[in-house]
Design a protein around this ligand. Sequence first.
Ligand code: BMA
Length: 316
Amino acid sequence: MPPLFTRSPLNPILTTTDRWWESRSVFNPGVAVVDGRVALVYRAVGGDGLSRFGLAWSRDGEHIDERSELPFYEAALDDPYARLGVEDPRITPLDGQFYLTYCKASVDTADTPPLYWETAPFRVRTGIGLTRDFQSMVEVSSLLPQANTKDGLLFPERIAGKYAALVREFPNIQYLTSPDLHQWSEPVTVLEPISGTWEGERIGAGPPPLRTPWGWLLLYHGNEYLRPRNERMYSMGMALLDVDDPTRVLYRHPDPIFRPEAPYEIAGPVGNVVFGTGLVELDDRLVLYYGAGDGVIGVATADRTALYALLRQGLG
Ligand code: BMA
């Protein structure tokens, strides 16, 4: 089978600049189509090692035409949950506005034990922000304010009348709902890592799910530990969730659909990483935006018919 996703010949489409706040790395963009243009809100790491969001625009989805001089968003200096900044935004269009979900990162007190792979006891929360016009964003709430979570996103439609979300409270992807973005239901596990495979270590939702005729298409990342090289690899996988009850997994593709292969994915500040966080439909293509090697941004395109055929085949 030919590869499902084809990399743009322009890759990497976005790289660092000499502006201090995005001089170290730019990666993991949230993406949305806004008045016919593609907006990318991306994670930018600067000379101070902190994460902020930059904003870039593209007319054709691959050439960057415009880029913000200053960060699009940075955490308030006195926010104790974002001492290391904000990371990995996802963008969800809903009710004629755009919600951003992102990881707020800080470090817990020194007497807190870190998770086994962590270099410090990171304290992570999922923030929810709102923008109408991409001039500015305001934080409106957070997903499960008391829990350590990453990879949070909102579905682009209400489900059974409620806001619907996915989040990763280590190590699983969970589903939860809210009437108002403030009170959250008890999370229900949707997908777990599969030990000994490409998604054996941990998994997390990628871009906000896309509605297909058969269910929600969820692209997600999986992390595997390559013992002989003492390295980790992040690839992208695909699942289909029931439209009305996304805790029902209708199909999970066994193999990764996108793996680190290009030099800018294999090298970089963290090598062997493709981390997809944006997905848009442009004509008959599904266009995936991803962080590569935690250093730059790439784009890869799948033919919708081919991807749908794979889903249908999986559904049997
Ligand atoms: C995750 C997040 C992402 C990053 C990925 C690969 O835990 O920190 O921002 O792209 O690891 O390093």
